[in-house]
Design a protein around this ligand. Structure first.
Ligand code: 1CP
Length: 322
C-alpha cells in the first residue's frame, strides 16, 4: 500500500515538496523512506518506496506524479502509434530502483525483515496511461476496451512485458516477495475482467513464477471478482473491507491479506485497535492469513494508532494468528 508516505512526519521532512518521482530517483532517500515504517512500527515486511508509474516514467512516456493528486500523463495513450512509446524496459532505465533495492536489502538483513517489491498490474497502469489522470469513472479506458479491443489488447501486451521486467529486476536484487497492484480492477464487471484483463494478469504472474517468491494480487472493491482473480496465479489475494474476511477467503480459496478499513485508523488508538481486533477475529486461526489494511494509510492517520495496531497484531499473532 501507499503506506509510509503520507502519514509519517519524518517522511514529509525528508521528501520536501517536489514530485515523489524525484525522491524515488534518489536511492539514499528512497531507501530511508522504505525503512521509516519498519523502524517506527516494527512491521513484518517492508514495501519498496516506488510507485506503479515508475517504469513508464523511466522509459520516457511522460508521467508526473502531482502532489495531492497522483499520476498525470502529458500525452495520454490514444492510438496504435502510441505503442511505440512503450518500449522494453532495460536495466539502465531502472538503475535507481535496483540501487534502492540493494541498499534496503542490506539494511533489512540486520533484522531479518523481507522486502516486498511491486508493480502495477496491466489494467491499472493502462487506466492511468489512457485516462491521463486519476479517475472515478474509468470511462475512457472502458470505451477503448469495448470499441477498440485489439488496440486495448496490444496495450496490455506491452504493459505485461514491462511489468515482468520490472518485477524480475527487483527480485534479482533481493526482494523476497512481490505484490501486483490491480487497484482499480474493481470498476469492471466479471465478464469484462475475465475477457479483457485476467489473461494479461496471468501472463505477468506466469512471467515471475520461476523466481519462486510469493506473490500477492490486490485490488480495491474486487469482492465480486475474487473467484476469477484466484485463477490469476498469485500465491495470495489481497482484499479490502468491502468484502467480509470470511467470505473473501471462501471466494479466494488461497491465503488472503487484508482488510482493515484505513478510515477506522482515524478514530484514535482505542477504536483503531478495536477495529484491528475485529479483523483478527474474523481471520480466526488461519495460518496463511496476512494482516494488512484494505488500502493505503490515509494521510491524516496518527502514527501512534498504526503502532498500536501493529503491536496488537503481533500480540494476538502469538496467540495463534500470524
Ligand atoms: O508509501 C510507500 O512507501 C509505499 C510505496 C508506494 C506504493 C506501493 C507508493 C508511493 N505508491 C504505491 C503504489 C501505487 N501508486 C498504487 C497501488 C496501491 C494503491 O492502490 O494504493 C497506485 C494506484 C498508485 C498511483 C498513485 N500514486 C496514486 C493514486 C491516485 C489515484 O488514482 O487515486 C497516488 C496518490 C500516488 C502518489 C504516491 N505514491 C506513493 C506515495 C506515498 C504517494 C502519495 C503522495 C506523495 O508523497 O507524493
Amino acid at each position: 500500500m501507499r503506506q509510509a508516505g503520507r502519514s509519517l512526519p519524518e517522511y514529509r521532512a525528508l521528501r520536501g515538496t517536489g514530485s515523489i518521482l524525484d525522491a524515488i530517483a534518489n536511492p539514499e532517500i528512497a531507501c530511508e523512506v522504505t525503512m521509516q515504517p519498519v523502524r517506527r512500527y516494527g512491521v513484518d515486511a517492508a514495501i519498496l518506496f516506488s510507485d506503479i508509474v515508475v517504469p513508464y516514467h523511466a522509459i520516457g512516456f511522460g508521467v508526473d506524479v502531482v502532489p495531492g493528486r497522483g499520476p498525470v500523463i502529458a500525452q495520454p495513450f490514444t492510438h496504435a502509434g502510441d505503442l511505440d512509446r512503450l518500449r522494453d524496459l532495460t536495466d539502465a532505465d531502472i538503475a535507481h530502483v535496483t540501487a534502492t533495492v540493494d541498499l534496503v536489502v542490506e539494511q533489512l538483513a540486520e533484522t531479518n525483515t523481507p522486502l516486498i517489491g511491486f508493480a502495477g498490474a496491466p489494467f491499472t497502469v493502462a487506466s492511468y496511461l489512457v485516462e491521463g489522470a486519476p479517475t472515478r469513472e474509468f470511462a475512457v479506458i472502458k470505451a477503448m476496451m469495448h470499441a477498440q479491443p485489439a488496440l486495448f489488447a496490444q496495450l496490455l501486451d506491452r504493459l505485461v512485458d514491462i511489468t515482468i521486467s520490472f518485477l524480475r529486476a527487483q527480485v534479482q536484487h533481493g526482494a523476497q516477495a512481490l505484490q501486483l497492484f490491480d487497484s482499480w480492477a474493481g470498476c469492471l464487471t466479471r465478464a469484462e475482467y475475465e475477457r479483457f484483463v485476467l489473461p494479461a494478469t496471468q501472463r505477468v504472474l506466469a512471467g515471475v513464477a520461476d523466481l519462486d517468491v510469493p506473490t500477492i494480487l490486490f485490488g480495491v472493491g474486487t469482492g465480486e471478482l475474487l473467484t476469477l482473480m484466484r485463477n490469476a496465479g498469485s500465491s495470495v489475494l489481497g482484499i479490502d473491507w468491502h468484502v467480509d474476511l470470511d467470505e473473501g477467503r471462501r471466494r479466494a480459496q488461497k491465503p488472503i491479506q487484508g482488510n482493515l478499513d484505513p478510515a477506522r485508523c482515524l478514530a484514535g488508538v482505542e477504536l483503531g485497535v478495536a477495529a484491528a481486533r475485529e479483523v483478527l477475529q474474523a481471520a480466526g486461526g488461519d495460518a496463511g492469513y496476512i494482516f494488512n489494511l484494505g488500502h493505503g494509510v490515509l494521510p491524516s492517520t496518527d502514527p501512534d494508532v498504526m503502532k498500536a495496531i501493529v503491536d496488537v497484531v503481533h500480540d494476538e499473532g502469538k496467540a495463534g494468528v500470524k
